[in-house]
Design a protein around this ligand. Structure first.
Ligand code: DAT
Ligand code: MG
Length: 152
C-alpha cells in the first residue's frame, strides 16, 4: 500500500467541485485517510513547490495556491501515487485526456484544480509537510472486494 498526497486547489474549491473530485478517488476504490480544508501559509506553498522556484510561472503559482482555501487530502491504495496521477491527467486541462479530472473539468494550465504527488519520494516529503500530525490508519471491509489477493 502507498499513501499519496493530493490537494484540491483554490479554483476547484471556489467552483464547488470538491465533492465531485473527491468522489472520483472514492469510487475508484482508493481510501481517504486524511482531509483538511485550509488556507495555505506562503512558507508552506514555497516548501511544497520548491522544485519550481525560478521558473516563469513560480510567483503566480504561489500567489494562486495561497489566494483562497484548498482541500488537502491523503489517499491510500495499491500504487496510489501512479493511480492518482492517472486519474488527475496532464498538467494543462486543454491537453488532458477526457475522463481525467483535469480533462473533464478544466481549461487552464495554471488553474488546473488539483495537485498529486509525482513519486513515492515526493509523496513522503509532501505528506510530512501537509500532514505533520499523520494520517488515519483504519481498515475498510470493502477493500476485500476492491483488490484480488494477487493485487496485494
Ligand atoms: P503537475 O501539477 O502536473 O505535477 P508541475 O509539477 O510541472 O505539474 O507544475 C506544478 C504546477 O505549476 C502545475 O500544476 C501548474 C503550474 N504550472 C506548471 N507549468 C505551468 C505553466 N507552463 N504555466 C502556468 N502554470 C504552470
Ligand atoms: Mg508536479
Amino acid at each position: 500500500m502507498e499513501t499519496t498526497f493530493i490537494f484540491i486547489k483554490p479554483d476547484a474549491v471556489q467552483r464547488g467541485l470538491m465533492g465531485q473530485i473527491l468522489g472520483r478517488f472514492e469510487r475508484k476504490g482508493l481510501q481517504i485517510v486524511g482531509t483538511k480544508l485550509m488556507s495555505v501559509p506562503t512558507d508552506l506553498a514555497k516548501k511544497h513547490y520548491a522544485e519550481h522556484e525560478g521558473k516563469p510561472f513560480y510567483d503566480g503559482l504561489i500567489k494562486f495556491v495561497t489566494s483562497s482555501p484548498v482541500l488537502a487530502i491523503a489517499i491510500r491504495g495499491v500504487n496510489a501515487v501512479t493511480v492518482c496521477r492517472t486519474l488527475i491527467g496532464a498538467t494543462n486541462g486543454q491537453k488532458a485526456d477526457p475522463g481525467t479530472i483535469r480533462g473533464d473539468f478544466g481549461m487552464s494550465g495554471g488553474f488546473n484544480m488539483i495537485h498529486g504527488s509525482d513519486s513515492l519520494e515526493s509523496a513522503e516529503r509532501e505528506l510530512a509537510l501537509w500532514f505533520p500530525e499523520g494520517t488515519l490508519d483504519y481498515s475498510r471491509t470493502l477493500d476485500t472486494w476492491c483488490y484480488d489477493p494477487s493485487d496485494l
